[in-house]
Ligand binder design. Structure first.
Ligand code: ADP
Ligand code: MG
Length: 262
């Protein structure tokens, strides 16, 4: 597989080129090119219907594109030839907008269930947890700041805490790439800020793509980093957050929809 692009001077983690996906003749993804380096924390913004979630569906194998290239880890893997489970096994983890945790299990059990190489639910919950796994769980609990909730049922957690648990589950999976769709939705300002701090603490160790609307949050996590603006399934522009927010085309796209980038 050869990805022909001047963008690819160094090894990359994920590359999409000429990606297209239509639903009943409507182009949700339209000739999309997107390149991600290892360790990046990339924010993707764009109006409703811009194709952001569909793009994540394509990366995770939930949806198949009509056309295009989608390759992983310096093109060692062609994602379009793999199914959802195989893509997950490569280390591509996704957090959906609505938390999908096991409500009847404790926070710790949720993390144990997600541990990489976990051998089925029964074994995970009733089999022996090794000292190394116990240590890893403690480390993740500290990272997601849920140590003092470790033995609470996930169903009893506040909305924000559930979202952090789900990010913790991606860490337990040892996901190399974390795809996070609108984490701030439904969160309080305080929860949103703490989510930003969590994602910033993970950047570098993991590669993260965050889709978000909340511009205060976007500014918090994207200082000195690249922001991608998606519009009508295509990259409208990419660059530092200040540059993107000042871009005439971006302002027009948002103003055209009676919302603004501020
Ligand atoms: P965003 O996440 O940027 O708000 P989406 O990717 O959810 O946008 O949607 C982009 C467009 O594609 C929307 O018009 C949406 O209705 C359409 N779309 C997404 N998924 C499907 C699907 N499975 N079937 C039909 N239309 C879809
Ligand atoms: Mg969406």
């Amino acid at each position: 597989m050869i990805v022909e692009s001047s963008h690819l001077a160094k090894p990359f983690l994920l590359a999409a080129e000429g990606l297209n996906k239509s639903f009943d003749g409507f182009k949700a993804i339209n000739d999309l090119n997107f390149y991600l380096d290892e360790g990046e924390l990339r924010t993707v913004i764009g109006p409703n219907g811009a194709g952001k979630t569909t793009f994540l569906d394509l990366i995770t194998g939930r949806t198949q594109p009509d056309q295009g290239t989608l390759v992983w880890d310096d093109a060692k893997h062609d994602l379009l030839k793999l199914n959802e489970y195989e893509i997950y096994r490569l280390g591509i983890g996704r957090k959906f907008q609505t938390p999908t945790v096991y409500n009847d299990h404790t926070v710790t059990e949720n993390l144990i269930l997600s541990l990489a190489g976990s051998r089925g639910i029964w074994h995970s919950l009733f089999g022996k947890v090794t000292p190394a796994q116990r240590e890893r769980i403690a480390e993740i609990l500290a990272t997601i700041k849920l140590t003092n909730q470790a033995y609470r049922k996930a169903g009893e957690l506040a909305h924000g805490q559930k979202q952090w648990l789900e990010i913790g589950m991606l860490l337990a999976q040892e996901a190399r790439l974390l795809l996070v769709d609108e984490p701030a939705a439904g969160m309080t300002d305080e929860e949103t800020y703490r989510t930003g701090e969590l994602l910033l603490s993970l950047a570098g160790k993991h590669t993260i793509v965050v889709i978000e609307h909340d511009m205060t949050f976007v500014r918090q996590i994207s200082q000195g980093r690249k922001v991608t603006v998606l519009h009508q399934g295509h990259v409208l522009c990419e660059g530092p957050v200040d540059q993107v927010q000042a871009d005439e085309r971006v302002i027009e796209v948002y103003l055209g929809r009676k919302s603004k980038v501020a």
